[in-house]
Design a protein around this ligand. Structure first.
Ligand code: SAM
Length: 300
């Protein structure tokens, strides 16, 4: 079954940077449900799209019937250097990080704490999953991911409790995990979000190597940006946003100035503060509330 209900986030804000421009080559590194790609295609641009997701491949094939100028590759964006695409330099590269609503609703992926799926959370086809992490990581590894990726204050207490519980019985499903989180006695951060959010985020980031993918991609992306191209990145949690913010800061350049570090390229930061979704957009789409968009213009 094709899932196709993802609504593109901050699409108007992304489009505003290329308003009035024609025939651009755009690399959409996170095609998802194709929402952003479709907006680019409707404006006559050429789109190379990447995603690791099988459902995205099906949606892209469907889209190609109407818009022949879309070229889809099923791959992890960290492998941008292995892309066999005709286009080598792009005028806009977009990353809309994380998972799509289509994936959230997919029972087999187990990303939602509202569905009693088998522990999984692997949406990028790697070897790891949440079941292996929860049942086989040692206490210190569990503590590390809850601390670093979930920013859970009592990560040690939680890790210890999980190790104890799984010695009685393996933890198989999302609901079993949620019950353990509830019984652990750990103070989760916010009353505003579901108490399992931080632990789920930690497991998802670890399972899919989300931060490593982003870092590896950022190390390579400058080779694929044309002169004056835009790099636009939408992130959904502070860990990703910090990486993006630091990347633009470390590679900042003022026009016509070559950096001391012998790099002959850099970015003009176009979003001193990250852009956030408008109130009407957040009202229509709850996912937009945590989105942050940062954009840099490539100078070389
Ligand atoms: C938030 S959704 C993108 C939605 C899309 N912009 C739209 O409007 O439909 C993120 C997508 O990026 C994909 N993704 C996340 N990390 C990836 C990676 N490292 N490599 C390839 N695809 C990735 C996910 O599979 C998911 O489909």
């Amino acid at each position: 079954m094709i899932r196709d209900k993802h609504i593109p986030i901050m699409a108007n804000e992304v489009l505003s940077f290329i308003d009035g421009k024609k025939n651009l080559s755009i690399l959409d590194c996170t095609f998802g449900g194709g929402g952003h790609s479709k907006k680019f295609l409707e404006r006559g641009h050429f789109v190379t799209a990447l995603d690791q997701d099988d459902n995205s491949l099906v949606i892209a094939k469907k889209l190609k019937k109407k818009f022949p100028n879309i070229f889809f590759y099923k791959t992890n964006f960290k492998n941008i250097n292995l892309l066999k695409s005709e286009t080598k330099k792009f005028n806009l590269i977009l990353l809309d990080l994380g998972f799509s609503s289509n994936q959230l609703d997919d029972f087999n992926l187990g990303l939602s704490f509202k569905l009693n799926s088998k522990l999984n959370m692997n949406y990028l086809g790697g070897n790891l999953n949440a079941y292996k992490i929860i049942n086989y990581y040692d206490k210190y590894e569990l503590q590390r991911i809850f601390d670093l990726y979930g920013e859970i204050n009592q990560a040690d207490k939680l890790a210890k409790y999980i190790v104890n519980q799984r010695s009685i019985k393996k933890i198989n499903t999302n609901f079993e995990l949620i019950e353990i989180l509830r019984d652990s006695g750990v103070n989760f951060r916010s009353k505003k979000i579901h108490f399992a959010t931080q632990a789920f985020q930690a497991l998802r980031i670890e399972t899919n190597r989300e931060l490593d993918n982003l870092i590896e991609f950022l190390e390579k992306v400058h080779d694929y940006l044309d002169t004056s191209a835009y790099l636009a990145i939408i992130s959904f949690h502070s860990l990703e946003d910090r990486i993006v913010k630091n990347y633009f800061k470390e590679n900042k350049i003022k026009k016509n100035i070559v950096l001391d570090n012998k790099k002959y390229w850099g970015f003009e930061n176009l979003t001193k503060k990250p852009l956030i979704a408008s109130k009407p957009e957040v009202l229509k789409n709850k996912r937009a509330r945590s989105a942050k968009l940062r954009v840099g213009r490539f100078i070389n």
